[in-house]
Design a protein around this ligand. Structure first.
Ligand code: NIG
Ligand code: FE
Length: 427
């Protein structure tokens, strides 16, 4: 018998999400590799065996065992697009929207992202960390074990770097593994009103090189966790030419790229981001179906964020069904932020994707595990239960993984295991 540290056995469904390396597309987004009466053996922070309980228990002797009878077990979830480092809230604007104001009207009037910017600029790094920790705690209890986190609520050099510093401190302070993204080009700051090009000059010439230098000596670089560069390509934010300058500069600095495109207006940002080899393109709510072929032929992940349409009370959702059927690699994320998506729950995101994006439960799980991991440069290491991968997994409160999507606003997770350690017990 071989020794191991933790053996989870007798899972009614062991949902491995195992498969060949790389992004899942088309029918492969529905293949979950479910093992009935399954077991996982873990040594340290790594999975060493996955299989039927009888086989794994014959091979391993564990210092700690969990009997998962009556439970489904699946990979820890990956939230690949969040804006959770900010100060304050947008409760006032929420009520304005309830009374009929649109997100864009509030943004044009100097609210929205700029309101959060004013509060975030005034916060110290410690205050940002303190404000964000409870958000991460809630995400973890909902099953998120890895998350991307963007800057973009400071929009000035030193304060954007403070947001990066806060992300590094948060990464070290709690169990969710974080992947940083530099989003200095999230909105045009008030000092640059009417001079967006001049702000882009500052981003490209000063802020991006400083972010790269910060990253080079950070704990992220030491562990080969990438620093992404993102841009909000949208009417009222940055046009395609300005967005191109940001992503081009990122490429020249050797940093991987993402872009917010086609959230409200289709401006051509998608084609530009594909041309510049973006790792992901995010939102795609109003993308024309004619763009799906090029997207499917690329290695870029389409990150869909259905809580935004839900929260803004819109009747239009991203065309996930047509994208998946066209071979696009789809991921799902919360877009957690104080304005357009005040929610930290990936199970709620999956539930909405099943109802309004016409995705199947299995597709939403692949979209929040395997494909989401690839969208943030962690594919092959997290997102599936396979020997050699990190031991990040969930023991669900039900015996069928579809409870993750079936129940609306419930608590489908019983226990969360991160790097081989039980970090949450919800019941
Ligand atoms: O992804 N689209 C741009 N940024 C966020 C919204 C941020 C905010 O409203 O504070 C988003 O939806
Ligand atoms: Fe976003």
């Amino acid at each position: 018998m071989e020794p191991c540290d933790l053996l989870i056995h007798s899972a009614t469904q062991l949902v491995t999400c195992a498969g060949p390396p790389g992004l899942r597309r088309g029918p492969a987004m529905r293949e979950l590799g479910v093992i009935r009466d399954g077991a996982v053996a873990i040594r340290g922070s790594t999975i060493v065996a996955v299989g039927p309980s009888t086989d794994v228990r014959r091979r391993f002797r564990a210092s700690h065992e969990i009997d998962a009878r009556g439970r489904a077990v699946c990979p820890g979830l990956v939230d690949c697009h969040t804006h959770i480092v900010y100060a304050g809230d947008r409760v006032e604007e929420f009520e304005q929207r309830c009374a009929g104001a649109t997100y864009q009207e509030i943004m044009a009037a100097g609210g929205g992202i700029l309101r959060t910017m004013r509060l975030t600029r005034a916060a110290t790094t410690t205050e940002l960390v303190q404000a964000t920790l409870p958000r991460l705690r809630q995400m973890l209890s909902f099953g998120t074990t890895t998350a991307e986190v963007k800057t973009g609520y400071a929009l000035e050099r030193d304060a954007e770097l403070r947001q990066l510093a806060a992300i590094a401190l948060l990464d070290a302070a709690q169990p969710i593994e974080l992947v940083p993204t530099f989003l200095a080009a999230h909105a045009v700051p008030p000092e640059f009103t009417g001079r967006a090009d001049a702000y882009i000059d500052l981003v490209v010439e000063s802020m991006l090189p400083l972010a790269r230098d910060w990253y080079a000596v950070s704990s992220f670089a030491a562990r080969a966790i990438p620093l992404f560069v993102d841009v909000f390509c949208e009417r009222g934010a940055f046009d395609v030419a300005q967005s191109r300058r940001v992503l081009d500069a990122a490429r020249n600095l050797g940093l991987p790229r993402k872009a917010h495109v086609d959230e409200f207006v289709e401006m051509g940002g998608l084609a530009m981001a594909l041309e510049l080899g973006a790792t992901s393109v995010d939102h795609l709510d109003v993308t024309s179906p004619s763009a799906f072929t090029a997207l499917a032929a690329s290695s870029t992940v389409a990150v869909l964020l259905p809580l935004v349409s839900l929260n803004l009370g819109l009747s239009h959702f991203a065309a996930a069904r047509a994208m998946i059927d066209a071979g696009v690699a789809v991921a799902l994320s919360t877009d957690a932020n104080p304005g357009s998506a005040p929610s930290l729950s990936l199970p709620l995101t999956m539930a909405i994707a099943c109802r309004y994006l016409r995705m199947l439960p299995a597709e939403t799980l692949i979209a929040t595990t395997v494909n989401a991991a690839y969208a943030i440069g962690c594919g092959g290491r997290v997102g599936a239960l396979m020997p050699g991968m990190q031991a990040d997994l969930l023991i669900l409160a039900a015996d069928d993984y579809r409870w993750l999507m079936y129940e609306l606003g419930g608590m489908p997770v019983a226990q969360v295991i991160k790097r081989g350690q039980v970090v949450v017990t919800n019941e």
